[in-house]
Design a protein around this ligand. Structure first.
Ligand SMILES: [Zn+2]
Length: 490
């Protein structure tokens, strides 16, 4: 059985100042995609599933990059043409699996995934086409109508992307063998959710409810998934979504999906978050009884499209004099990292650290810093996406006012302890451990944390989602509009 594999995965934050050009993407073509075998990512999961299930994998193209601004049209259309040409040249195919995010926005195209799925469907005809997704997707019925199965990760942190890709391959294979074809339906809720972990609280409770409902959905159920949605995007279809993939009429499946959508709507108040600014979060960390205290700056999360060079939290920590009790990894500042590498270990340098991308994330910090250690920034992820290489560029461990502050050169959030370990920092030895991430860090820190404090300083991924202007959205959305209703008024 021959299964084609292709994808474009991007979480587009339309509030970023700059657009995302073709040069920003990591592109894996043909057999290069097979290098992901063994990695706990969507690509790795799909590659492994094909080999385990004895399918002949036909790898076409996979393009992906860090969340960032609107994708330039030429970048997307180039990848799309390459995928279509690859599929056309692949010879007879039994099925096709797409690896998508769900929140892709292109210049002139609000729904990347819908556009791509439609083009793929028109080319491949009636063979099964399934897809795996990130739960931060903003999905559309237009997209769902092109697919025979939608598999969205359950968890935030996304520790199960590879498992959902395995399901997408298994479903495509099964449909190709049986001749059956599943259908997909999207229920859209007018709900803008702040980033919500599934490791605790309302996120965990709702996920549990979904998994239990799915058990009751009967034999026609292929999957029921919950897309939290991505609120940092100004598109008209923004929201939160429940998606049913089902065989036949899927009456019971769609009923269970609708019940879950209702339950989400009823629980909406529980998703509200009390935001702490930099000083407040440092005060909360000081008051915490159980150490280490992980302070995560949710509002400057490169994984949602921010620059990663914000200085608000670091400034509060330095002002509070946390000194040698604290470490912070990391700020993205290639200039300062380069300066430290040129000066070498043991040097003292005057830095203007961070705050170089925009005014929102705070001004640069002018400080004297001691260069304690240097690293090339080539890491391998050890919690979420385990086994996947991550290159954050030249790194430096600086000591500023006795505090260990790590600087890297390429945008990424802190997923696990690797950026600390790379420069010799054992986080267990510190009372305060600061990092920039909304929730993915939990895969690597939840178990060791005595306390987790969320810092919501001014930033592009703030929990204060009502602050973003919405020109493209003409619908009523909760919590922006308390009169928002579900089902939505036509
Ligand atoms: Zn996500």
């Amino acid at each position: 059985m021959r299964i084609a594999l292709a994808g474009i995965s991007h979480e587009t934050n339309t509030y970023c100042g700059a657009t995302t050009p073709v040069s920003a993407f990591y592109v894996y073509r043909g057999d290069k995609m097979l290098d992901a075998a063994g990695q706990e990512s969507d690509l790795g999961g799909a590659v492994d599933a094909c080999s385990r299930m004895g399918c002949e994998l036909v790898p076409i193209l996979f393009a992906s990059t860090q969340p960032s601004g609107t994708i330039e049209f030429e970048a997307y259309s180039g990848f799309k043409d390459e995928i279509l040409r690859g599929l056309a040249a692949a010879g007879p195919l039994d099925a096709c699996v797409l690896l998508l995010h769900g929140a892709g926005v292109v210049e002139g195209i609000e729904d990347l995934e819908g556009d791509l799925a439609k083009a793929v469907r028109e080319l491949v005809g009636d063979i099964p086409v399934t897809a795996s997704f990130d739960l931060h997707g903003n999905v559309t019925q237009q997209m769902a109508e092109q697919l025979n199965g939608i598999f969205v990760c359950h968890h935030y942190p996304h520790v199960d992307m590879h498992l959902r890709a395995v399901e997408a391959v298994a479903a495509a294979r099964s449909m190709a063998a049986s001749g059956e074809r599943a259908s997909c339906e999207v229920i859209r809720l007018p709900l803008l959710l702040p980033t919500t972990t599934t490791y605790e609280g309302v996120g965990e409770r709702m996920l549990q409810e979904l998994l239990e409902l799915k058990e009751k959905a009967g034999p026609e159920c292929l999957d029921i998934g919950w897309f939290h949605g991505f609120p940092y995007t100004d598109v008209n279809h923004v929201g939160s979504y429940v998606v049913a993939s089902y065989y036949g009429e899927g009456t019971d499946v769609r009923a269970q999906a609708a019940a879950f959508a209702d339950a989400l709507w009823q629980a909406r108040e529980d998703f509200r978050v009390k935001s702490l600014d930099g000083d407040e979060s440092v005060a909360a960390a000081r008051a915490a009884k159980s150490a280490p205290v992980i302070i995560h700056e949710t509002s400057d999360n490169c994984g949602g499209g921010t620059p990663g060079d914000g200085t608000h939290l670091l400034r509060s920590m330095l002002d509070a004099g946390l000194g040698a009790e604290a470490c912070f990894a990391f700020l993205v500042d290639p200039e300062v990292a380069g300066q430290a590498h040129r000066a070498g270990v043991g040097a003292e340098i005057d830095v203007h650290l961070g705050g170089k991308t925009d005014d929102l994330h705070g001004p640069p910090l002018a400080r004297r810093a001691y260069v304690k250690a240097l690293h090339d920034g080539r890491l391998v992820m050890q919690a979420m996406f385990r086994g996947t290489p991550l290159n954050i560029g030249p790194m430096a461990r600086l000591v500023i006012d006795d505090m260990d502050v790590v600087v890297a050169s390429r945008r990424s959030q802190t997923f696990d302890q690797e950026p600390f370990l790379a420069v010799g920092i054992d986080v267990h030895k510190y009372r305060y451990v600061a990092l920039k991430s909304s929730n993915h860090f939990r895969a690597g820190f939840q178990e060791l944390a005595g306390t987790i404090v969320t810092a919501d300083t001014p930033g592009l991924t703030t929990h204060r989602i009502e602050r973003f202007p919405r020109q493209r959205t003409v619908r009523r959305l909760w919590p922006l509009d308390p009169a928002a209703a579900f089902p939505e008024e036509p």
